[in-house]
Design a protein around this ligand. Structure first.
Ligand code: NBG
Length: 835
């Protein structure tokens, strides 16, 4: 037995680096202190005597950034000198959250910085909490992009991230009387110390106008696009430092502005508003993430955003390539791999064709060959409503040349398939890039598929379903194109920074190698039955639960018992994720507790957090139901605190970092076949939570790795879901057979939780009974009985703890480092340097 593990240091003192000398941690406290004071004076312009915590945060971030920059230049120079192939990750979302802990942790400076600040009378943790959370993403897709950026830096893959610098990002969620409302997120209000503004990196982005056709001397048709409107894309660079400061990549985000910001003639005429109109309309492009696309204007703005950043990125990529490779555009695929994160940047495909054919006069066939070799595409969802389609009239108006190119791609694609005998006439409609069914629309998913050499899903199940559902015909025609890369998460953020106590325990038990090699976590399995290790682990976890309890009490004035099971569902609010199933089970549990108040119930805290899309009324109603149930349950004295329900507002990355290390039970209960992967499941498992979930997304692979005894799997499989949907739901029979369910539905429907508005949830329940598309009722009993099993196991401390250890030990494979290696090898064809 490892005796080190039995020593019991204070569970939650942060900073593994204090005990583990990292190579870069050679800067001493005094030097750093001097650097901080100098920054405060000369960059922030404040005297330490009057400096606020925010001033110190900026000084601290700038001090860290200097050290990142010192590593940034050599990284960039190496890539350049070695003529390394670069990866370009195009994403509408980069949900990076706060960066201070990432920077300090990866530089190995956390403890030195803490001490330097302490000598100045400043507390590092308070500074961390001040940093605004960069909400440049919505959910898993955006957080994945952020984890991938960090892993690419950690693995020294030469990479750029390209996206949008939203002034307001995703909205801030407020909950008033149980209802969600949205207010703009002002993350830039006090500046952003991490970024470098690049006024000189500026590209023109055109919209609208006309296409001029001509013939050159050889009689070849040439096309020139003359846009009617131009906006400027200006770059802002954020350096992303990898683990141990080995390598630094760039996240380049674009901000929009008008080439002519002030119409002076109008201004002098006294029409001040008109004078600013072009600036306002340009800036609208980079105001918010996911502007509502319910109106035609909103739809147009969304397409403008997508073209805006794709076009700026491509101009930047091509400029860099041409300057480095003697103006030879034809060797682009040897030096450039572009990953399309979902279809949002799919317009980059016709844009590259336009650059190649119209600007560089490459012949069509060769241009198409180059394009396919350069691009690859990740699909993140099979939900039909999320597959982007742009109306042909809108495309023709906004991007006339691109529409022509898409028509051409389509015609050649269909001709080719027919000539090769790969499809017959009846299948033409299914593979065409233009959907003729309900108004003519461009299928961006199809465009991405045929314009990329690899198309990947994000879990084994999801990739297989891609082959058999949405992309079945295309997959038959191009059988090697779809590959799988199961998602991963960066352990630097989700283990080391979010849970330093656990990190230290892992170092003490399995050794320092665990900091560099996530697979070394496997060795932790040897401690599964070690009582001392169990004790220490659960001491650490209890401290996190107490912290989260304080946060809940501060924000919501609800008191929770840190020894209760923290049963957690944190993710976007969506019907397929089935927060509704969870709250119905909560009501059933509440009913049982009230019916038998003297029984020894496993105390539970049900924790929910997540945003609903602004226009998604049903999801907002489910938030309201959770809040209403919380009000009733939390104030019921008969329960004596055995059950609490909490909805934490404004879920974001930093809130996730607080909740995850404090979670016991991880709710991953989507309707099977609908969650592409999930990544919260991995983060929670890594921190020692046990999963209750369906056989969906990456849960399937988690089950294979942690073993059936260490995960609570229930419910219909993806195939069974399909069958149910085909053969009818039989909801009335299901309800008739379950008195518990009957009672729960009756309570919700009759207004027990909404006495002021007794009919509020009637429609919700009626819909479940009539058309339970997400199979909430079908899975209800199985879920309730798994929840009972989970409670029994929770009460058997040693069994639960053993499973928690085995979850942590088997999560190594779900590191985003593994995922990035797979992309590098199977998709991008770039070497991953050995460290
Ligand atoms: C999400 C899926 C998740 C998946 C992430 C990252 C979108 C459109 N999709 O299951 O719902 O984990 O992508 O791949 O955000």
């Amino acid at each position: 037995m490892n005796t080190m593990a039995t020593s019991n240091p204070p569970a939650n003192t942060p900073g593994i680096a204090a005990r583990i000398a990292l190579p870069s941690e050679d800067e001493d406290v005094a030097t750093l202190r001097r650097a901080l004071v100098a920054k405060l004076a000369y960059a922030v312009g404040k005297d330490p005597i009057v400096a606020s915590n925010h001033d110190w945060f900026v000084a601290c971030a700038l001090t860290a950034r200097d050290r990142i920059v010192d590593k940034w230049f050599p990284s960039t120079r190496n890539i350049y000198n070695e003529k390394r192939k670069r990866v370009y990750y195009l994403s509408l979302e980069f949900l990076i959250g706060r960066l201070l802990s990432d920077a300090l942790n990866n530089l190995g400076l956390t403890e030195t910085m803490r001490s330097a600040l302490r000598e100045l009378g400043v507390d590092l943790d308070q500074l961390r909490a001040i940093e605004p959370d960069a909400a440049l993403g919505n959910g898993g897709l955006g957080r994945l992009a952020a984890c991938f950026m960090e892993s690419m830096s950690s693995l020294s893959v030469a990479a750029y991230g390209y996206g949008i610098r939203y002034d307001h990002g995703l909205f801030r969620q407020q909950i008033k009387n149980g209802w969600q409302s949205e207010v703009p997120e002002n993350w830039l209000a006090s500046g952003n110390p991490w970024e470098f503004e690049r006024p000189e990196v500026l590209y023109h982005i055109g919209f609208g106008g006309s296409v001029e056709h001509s013939e050159d001397d050889k009689g070849v048709s040439r096309y020139a696009w003359h846009p009617a409107e131009t906006v400027e894309a200006q770059a802002f660079d954020t350096p992303i430092v990898g683990w141990r400061g080995r390598h630094v990549n760039t996240l380049r985000l674009w901000s929009a502005r008008a080439p002519d910001p002030l119409g002076l003639e109008a201004f002098n005429r006294g029409d001040h508003v008109a004078a600013l109109a072009s600036q306002t309309s340009a800036q609208a492009i980079t105001q918010v993430l996911y502007p509502s696309d319910e109106t035609p204007a909103g739809e147009e703005l969304r397409l403008k955003q997508e073209y805006f950043f794709s076009c700026a990125a491509l101009q930047d990529i091509v400029r860099r390539h041409m300057s480095q490779h003697d103006g030879d555009i034809r060797c682009l695929p040897e030096h450039v791999a572009i990953q399309l994160n979902d279809t949002h940047p799919a317009i980059a495909i016709p844009e590259l064709m336009r650059i190649l054919v119209d600007v560089h006069e490459v012949e069509w066939e060769e241009a198409w060959d180059i394009t396919i070799k350069v691009f690859s595409y990740t699909n993140h969802t099979l939900l039909p409503e999320a597959l982007e389609h742009w109306g042909v009239p809108l495309m023709e108006r906004l991007l006339p040349r691109h529409m022509q190119i898409i028509y051409m791609i389509n015609a050649l694609h269909l001709d080719h398939l027919k000539a090769e005998g790969k499809i017959d006439d009846s299948e033409l409609g299914a593979v065409s890039l233009i959907d003729e069914n309900a108004g003519r629309k461009v299928r961006m998913g199809w465009l991405s598929f045929i314009g990329a050499h690899r198309v990947n899903g994000v879990s084994a199940l999801h990739s297989n379903l891609m082959k058999t559902t949405v992309f079945s015909t295309l997959n038959r025609i191009y059988p090697d194109r779809i590959v799988n890369v199961t998602n991963g998460v960066t352990f630097r953020r989700w283990l080391m920074e979010a849970n330093p106590g656990l990190t230290r325990l892992l170092v003490d038990t399995v050794g320092e190698k665990v900091l560099d090699d996530p697979m070394a976590l496997q060795d932790f399995a040897a401690f599964a039955d070690d009582a001392a290790v169990q004790e220490r682990l659960f001491g650490i976890r209890r401290d996190h639960k107490a912290d989260l309890g304080r946060l809940i009490s501060d924000r919501l004035h609800i008191r929770v018992n840190p020894d209760a099971m923290f049963d957690v569902q944190i993710k976007r609010m969506h019907e397929y994720k089935r927060q509704l199933l969870n709250i119905l089970q909560t009501i059933a549990l509440y009913d049982s507790m009230r019916a038998q108040p003297t029984r020894e119930w496993t105390p539970r805290v049900k924790i929910f957090a997540g945003k609903a899309a602004a226009s998604y009324q049903r999801a907002k109603l489910i938030i309201k139901l959770i809040s209403d149930v919380a009000n009733v349950v939390n104030s019921d004295p008969t329960l004596r605190g055995a059950l609490k329900v909490v909805f934490l507002p404004n879920y974001n990355v930093s809130l996730a970092e607080e909740i995850i290390p404090a979670s016991d039970l991880s709710e991953q209960i989507s309707t099977a076949g609908m969650e592409a992967s999930g990544t919260g499941n991995m983060k929670l498992g890594l921190n020692g939570a046990l999963t209750i979930g369906t056989l969906d997304g990456a849960n399937v692979e988690m089950k294979e790795r942690v073993g059936d005894d260490n995960i609570f799997i229930f419910g219909l499989t993806a195939e069974e879901v399909e069958e149910r949907r085909r053969d009818g739901f039989g909801t009335r029979e299901i309800v008739a057979a379950s008195p518990v369910l009957q009672q729960v539905l009756e309570q919700v429907s009759s207004g027990v939780f909404s006495p002021g508005q007794p009919d509020l949830y009637k429609g919700l329940v009626d819909d479940l009974l009539n058309h339970d598309h997400f199979l909430v009722l079908s899975d209800f009993e199985a879920y309730v009985s798994k929840q009972r099993e989970a409670a029994i196991k929770f009460d058997t401390k040693s069994a639960w703890r053993r499973s928690a250890i085995l979850n942590i030990a088997n999560m190594g494979w779900f590191s985003s480092d593994r995922a990035i290696r797979e992309y590098a090898e199977n998709i991008w064809n770039v070497p991953v340097p050995k460290v």
